[in-house]
Write a protein that binds this ligand. Structure first.
Ligand code: SF4
Ligand code: SF4
Length: 75
């Protein structure tokens, strides 16, 4: 069996616009990796979110005010 190993350069950034965020907690509920938490009625990401996010986009599509942008870059 031939095994081909590919190295993928990958970057991920998630932006939360706190001017738009209404603190509804939806992102906290829908993220399957539990990467969001609310503080002072605004959404925040845990520090190491890149290690556990699998880019399902549930957070960005569920936010009622469009405050979350998930930016992925695979090269
Ligand atoms: S993309 Fe998916 S796993 Fe990543 S933070 Fe959003 S809901 Fe969580
Ligand atoms: S879903 Fe959007 S509005 Fe609701 S807490 Fe998360 S970022 Fe804020």
């Amino acid at each position: 069996m031939n095994l081909v190993v590919m190295k993928i350069n990958f970057s991920l950034e998630i932006y939360i616009d706190h001017d738009k965020c209404i603190g509804c907690g939806t992102c906290e509920k829908v993220c399957p990796s539990k990467l969001y938490y609310l503080k002072n009625r605004k959404a925040h990401l845990v520090e190491n979110y890149r290690d556990n996010c699998f880019i399902c986009h549930a957070c960005s599509v569920s936010c009622p005010v469009g405050a979350i942008v998930v930016e992925e870059d695979v090269r």
